[in-house]
Design a protein around this ligand. Structure first.
Ligand code: NAD
Length: 393
């Protein structure tokens, strides 16, 4: 079939196998052979490792640090008539590249929230990979079924206490509109914390510790976001912000729990980037488009792989103490949050209504990156060619 992007409300429903493989290849090429510092982990588990920050973490661990890796993700496989999800193709491309480099790579596709996937992972670590030195937790999910009660919780992106009105952009039509989002109910706040907070990360670390599959001194990190004041009511002070606060609290608990093996736990605050998860948050794609314009102009732009390389090389695995802020968090959002970057972004944000979108933002760059996440718009790929959605070469 001819595989083209099919986008509905900022969500792409198709993915191109060859383009996804090209995206993985480009990240591998970028990170391979970059200078190492300190001691790199030799066996790494990445939970949520098929796209976005998690994929970049797995690629950095393997192709910068030469680690054997286990990646967990939730993906839809392709059929003859329907493409798989990008992560499904990314996983195959990653596994093939790792094998070529002589690295062990085990990919487990299933629900990371379930007991079953945790047990499968432990079995793989015990029998095939060995104890892990690092665990990266990079899940972004709209829902979670509690494995003990069977109850399903949905996460929502909503303000708390009062409605929020802000600008959003449709990336295809480039139409800007003012969107009002009603405040979350108490139940929605609690559900979002249940899905995107730290409970499942803690369950993973407990299970891995109890099973004896963490190396002495093992490190774990989960990803968070703070962002600018314009997104505060919806993000940091909204339902998802509550979940991130919970994640940060759980990091402290996990840190204490790991002390028996000399291990540590961190939350890393990362930069706003185009991923499948961030594209569906109102306001955020428009903010990212403006931020990209400012950061590219200043030569500060980074994608997932650049961010994670900096996290591994300059923060987590230097052989020295991990640098953290006053709340114990690693900050690789430092360039995004620089005063000059934020001031220019805020100025451009104020002119949204009376300026041409292309003049104030990098909407083109945003859209192109989003397409590439799904395997589209890579110059070397022939998109007019008949392609088997089930092929992975
Ligand atoms: P993403 O959508 O690209 O990746 C999410 C991953 O989670 C995928 O591998 C997916 O398969 C996996 N996943 C989802 N549900 C699962 C399930 N039930 N079982 C197993 N795997 C499952 O998202 P992302 O943007 O890379 O987000 C990863 C983390 O980084 C999130 O915690 C997010 O809040 C954080 N973060 C993102 C940004 C950003 O701008 N994108 C910025 C800072 C922090």
């Amino acid at each position: 079939m001819i595989i083209q992007p099919k986008i509905v409300r900022n969500v792409c429903l198709t993915a191109h196998p060859k383009g996804c493989a090209q995206g993985v290849k480009e990240q591998i090429e970028w990170v391979s052979g970059r200078p190492a510092s300190g001691i790199t982990p030799q066996r790494v588990l990445v939970i949520g490792g098929s796209t976005g920050y998690g994929l970049a973490s797995r690629i950095t661990a393997a192709f910068w640090g030469h680690a054997d890796t286990v990646g967990i993700s939730f993906e839809r496989e392709p059929s003859e008539k329907k493409t798989g999800t990008p992560g499904w193709y990314n996983n195959r491309a990653f596994d093939a590249a790792a094998e070529q480099r002589g690295l062990k790579a085990v990919t487990i596709e299933g629900d990371a929230f379930s007991h079953e996937v945790k047990q499968r992972t432990i079995d793989v670590l015990k029998h095939d990979i060995g104890k892990v030195d690092a665990v990266i937790y990079s899940l972004a999910s709209p829902m979670r079924t509690d494995p003990d009660t069977g109850e399903t919780y949905m996460s929502v992106i909503k303000p708390i206490g009062m409605p929020y009105t802000g600008y959003s952009v449709d990336m295809m039509t480039e139409k800007i509109s003012l969107t009002t989002i009603d405040p979350a109910t108490k139940q929605q706040i609690a559900s979002t914390v249940k899905v995107m907070g730290g409970e499942d990360w803690m369950l993973w670390m407990q299970a891995l510790l109890e099973a004896g599959v963490l190396s002495p001194g093992a490190v774990t990190a989960a990803y968070s976001y703070i962002g600018p004041e314009i997104t505060f009511p919806l993000y940091r002070e909204g339902t998802i912000g509550r979940a991130k606060e919970d994640l940060e609290q759980k990091a402290r608990k996990i840190h204490t729990m790991l002390s028996e093996i000399g291990g540590s736990a961190y939350v890393s605050v990362n930069k706003a980037l185009v991923t499948r998860a961030s594209a569906v948050i109102p306001v955020v794609p428009l903010y990212i488009s403006i931020l990209y314009k400012v950061m590219k102009k200043k030569g500060l732009h980074e994608g997932c792989i650049e961010q994670i390389y900096r996290l591994f090389c300059e923060r987590l695995f230097t052989g020295n103490d991990v640098p953290v802020d006053e709340q114990g968090r690693i900050r690789i959002d430092d360039y995004e949050m620089r005063d000059d970057v934020q001031a220019e972004t805020a100025d451009l944000w104020k002119s949204i209504e009376n300026q041409d979108l292309h003049a104030i933002s990098d909407i083109k760059g945003y859209r192109s990156e989003y397409f590439q996440l799904h395997g589209f718009e890579f110059p070397g790929v022939n998109y007019d060619e008949d392609t088997d959605p089930m092929s992975i070469n």
